[in-house]
Design a protein around this ligand. Sequence first.
Ligand SMILES: [Zn+2]
Length: 108
Amino acid sequence: MSRQGKGSRRKRNALNNARPQNKKAAKIRRRVKKRAIFDEYLSNGCSKCGSCEDLTFHHLRDKLFTIARGKNTDRVSVGKFQAEIDKCVVLCLDCHKVEHPEMNRKVA
Ligand SMILES: [Zn+2]
């Protein structure tokens, strides 16, 4: 049983190493896709006051990582990125501060 598991992992690594160019292209495709998801959510503005300025993602539950512009999420798959963003509501910085009274200028 354990032998079979080892074998399949080796096979997957071999496939990844075989085509580094495609791997790089896939990384860029994922980045573009995540950016599109990100922008789509932000396009609705703050879910509380409707403001379109200083928008942030406020986690409602199970925060695994911060979602913010300029935040490197290259290691995260599109599926995981989407799942994380699904746990958030878009809030402007002012409304976000109301949710996190301890927050000063830092985005949580
Ligand atoms: Zn707001």
